[in-house]
Design a protein. Structure first.
Lengths: 508, 508
């Protein structure tokens, strides 16, 4: 019988993936549940990741010509009522503000003041198409006012009943882009451009391989003509929708009366898009790379890329080691990687050496360097990579370490991406019958099932027989992946010919 | 009779300061009222200023050892009830969430679903001491866990009845810092450190001269032991509180039970602070520097520091001029000023030359450079500074302009600060009797009254006679300015000796 290896996180991924996920968040000190049901407190180490998303994705959004704005948190009910599908999609999970004052109830408690009831209640924005659309109707008069290309970073609220840190919370943080265009072609181009930006961000920065595709009609954003998605596979084989981009056609411009005079002075409704990435992507980051010792971060998104760990037997040694660490840190901080100065810290805490080491492991810091008297004297550093086994240390000359730090980061970044891509490809299977689908997903829920790629006619996704079977297998149609919609095949449910190929998976 | 000078903004500051303010916001396209009462839409040019605040002040907050976090938007009523003064201060202006679902009323309208009423309503945070305190109580166990030094950038809501863009809005954006310490001395030091950070930010970056001081007991933050403020004078002589830092003593740690075991294992309550700067500071920025031609921005906070304005008579010329502009822009963008790459744009719009020029003036871009055939041929640039008269142009050799751009920005930045400081000092008067106070503030509301500095015993600020007189003159005690509390004088109201010297002013 094999001896069970000691891990920093219990349970392991294999033992219980859902609990492992919660535990990684806990040991890395990323976030915690608050006293407000379904709402989380994002702690410094977790918020640092979101700041990374804001910094990097924010720059990509600006570089593609969008400007940041801020719209009100509250939305009048009458705004929501105007787009029928949109109401349908969001009315059931809205936090409603009905009063604007509290008063004492005479028994030591506060109650909403009956004299301060709002004539028209407000909802806390679940998304902002309605209020942005109302403003765009004022802003846009002629073709000269187009395109409108705006984005906001903000909090939104959807009253979810079952919540999980980062993945599904009543309040979450996101960016939502909103654009208006003169022609449908331009709006579609914008929709695709932002999907590409999301893909580039996920792949190049978070090292999360994603599949771009179109959502089936049943999975579209409420009010969209088409919804496009980037889908990622987590280490339990489940899919996670990591970003969406919507072509809204004229649905919102008609509901909110956004019109422009074209070059021949004809009034036309504009064509709009919206697209968003939320704090959910941090959940994807965690579940893509982390292991049984805790969080694993790609260097480009890590708030700390290198930690220098001083190790000394006595105070005198420690002073010398700390000096050395500070000097090395100073040298490293002058180097740029991916256009940003390298982020390096010295662990000056009172923790013992081993604790410092394991703290850095659990927090997912990409590179650890242990420094003691021996390292100073030999000029060699003990370097460990978070993407390799914890005990795996390389002895590297200080000068070489400094000179090659960019390549080391590249190596780690690429290794994480390659490993995740291999995992996904290993767990993606082309299937050609419902029987195969059943077989693939018939094992217990905890094992890795992955993605099933099959011909399927999306027109029948709401047919009772299809819906029941998918429900039974706990599957959803994730997307119609790009590059797979040209050849004809046989729909696994109807037996008819179709060009639509779908990814089925269990999903977050 | 003097000919009235043509201005880009009507009315002028002198004609009607309040309307001028609204008009500057409009012509510079900073923000607008939304359909949600009291809430504003911050447009790209206005949000760019807030991004500048976040970038610069955000770095200063991190450099002083604070880490960013995110707490929930919603706060349970029971949290608010725990600190008596805090309730008193905020209960009357709270937006209250009572339901978590909408339903159709059968008449085509949506109403809060009676089945989805919350057992305990939530308020939208007016500030977060209550929810942060609840979390700190969990986080802090021993002296090793202290200090806690956190900050969040978020939206808050206070249901104001009379709102004005940036200055007073129901929803506003801010940063709120929250810290916990083992000793009162450390907490006071933190409070002062952050007040200094705010002063440095206002003076060095926004070129707003501020007076640091302590608030009188009547003007303290609800629940604070002491509140400190930076007060600025607007061009109508009114005061604007641009940032506050609170020493909360043990008021919140007792209400929320935040305790730690000290080094001798004794349980003690921690000492807390909080401090904030909001979107209001953009109102201060506007009213400190802007003139009758629109917004005036100091280079360090401007989203665009230089605009290159191509001027050409025909398309062929324009192509050549644009090439030249792009080349110059590229050269300038490589230069760093105040640790950031210079922000320069080329106005490629379809506007005519004069319109481009005035657009840049109204938006407050610090440096305008007009470029036409003549400039290209002579190698001389026509450079205008926003802090000087619009017609005031200097002819500068291209190489010299590029080489000296940092000094030019410094000059503008210093000029704005010096001008604002002179204005404030010219309108600050030491007074020694109520009669003098009355005289100073007896002219009409539109003229510049400024700050009155007088000996005053804050213990009597709520006496009916004092309160009535201040109300009659529309004055408030702005602060007890630092550096003026050593010598003894005679209180202008009580006639008794006091060391307290106060600034009285009308205020935003």
């Amino acid at each position: 019988m094999a001896v069970k290896q000691q891990t920093a996180v219990t349970p392991t991924r294999e033992e219980n993936f859902a609990e492992w996920y919660q535990e990684v968040i806990k040991v890395a000190d990323l976030a915690e549940h608050s006293a407000v049901r379904g709402c989380m407190i994002i702690k410094p180490w977790g918020y640092g990741l979101w700041e990374g998303v804001q910094r990097i994705l924010g720059k990509m959004i600006k570089d593609t010509g969008h400007q940041n704005v801020y719209f009100p948190l509250l939305i009048p009910l009458s705004f929501l009522e105007k787009e029928a599908q949109h109401v349908e999609g969001f009315a059931k999970e809205c936090a409603v503000v009905t009063h604007y004052r509290l008063e004492a109830d005479g028994k030591g408690k506060l109650v909403p003041s009956p004299d301060a009831e709002l004539a028209e209640p407000f909802i806390i924005r679940p998304t902002s198409e309605t209020i942005v659309g109302t403003a765009m109707a004022k802003w846009v008069q002629s073709y000269n006012d187009l395109p409108v290309l705006i984005n906001q970073w903000c909090n939104v609220m959807r009253w979810e009943m079952r919540t999980r840190l980062f993945l599904r919370t009543a309040e979450f943080l996101w960016q939502e882009g909103h654009t208006a265009h003169a022609t449908p072609a331009e709006a579609v181009e914008e929709t695709m451009q932002m999907l590409d930006v999301y893909e580039r961000f996920a792949v190049d920065y978070l090292a999360i391989p994603v599949i771009k595709g179109e959502k089936t009609p049943g999975e579209r954003f409420p009010g969209a003509v088409n919804t496009y998605t980037i889908e990622a596979m987590m280490q339990d084989g489940k899919a996670l929708q990591a970003g969406t981009s919507h072509f809204l056609g004229q649905n919102f411009s008609k509901a909110y009366d956004i019109k422009f005079a074209d070059q021949s002075q004809q009034l036309q409704h504009v064509w709009t898009t919206s697209w968003g990435v939320s704090t959910r992507i941090i959940g994807a980051l965690i579940m893509t790379h982390s292991d049984d010792d805790g969080l694993v971060l790609p260097p480009k998104i890590a708030s700390e890329q290198i930690v220098l760990i001083p190790v000394a037997a006595n105070d005198e040694d420690m002073a010398r080691v700390l000096d050395y660490c500070n000097d090395l840190a100073k040298e490293l901080k002058k180097i740029r990687y991916d256009d940003e100065l390298i982020r390096v810290t010295v662990d000056k805490s009172n923790r013992r050496g081993g604790e410092k080491f394991w703290n850095a492991v659990k927090k997912g810091i990409p590179v650890r360097v242990e420094i003691g008297r021996r390292e100073i004297e030999s000029g060699m550093l003990a370097v460990s990579r978070r993407d390799k086994a914890a005990k795996d240390k390389a002895s590297i000359k200080r000068e070489d370490f400094v000179a090659n730090i960019g390549s080391l980061f590249d190596e780690i970044q690429n290794h994480l991406l390659t490993r995740a891509r291999k995992f996904r490809d290993d767990h993606t299977h082309e299937i050609s019958s419902v029987a195969e689908l059943e077989k693939m997903f018939s094992n217990t829920e905890d094992s890795v099932n992955g993605f099933a790629l099959a011909y399927f006619d999306p027109a029948i996704e709401h047919d009772a027989q299809v819906a029941d079977k998918l429900k039974e297998l706990k599957l959803t149609a994730r997307c119609m992946p790009f590059g797979h919609q040209e050849q004809e095949g046989v729909c696994i449910f109807s037996g008819k010919k179709t060009k639509s190929k779908i990814i089925f998976a269990r999903a977050y």
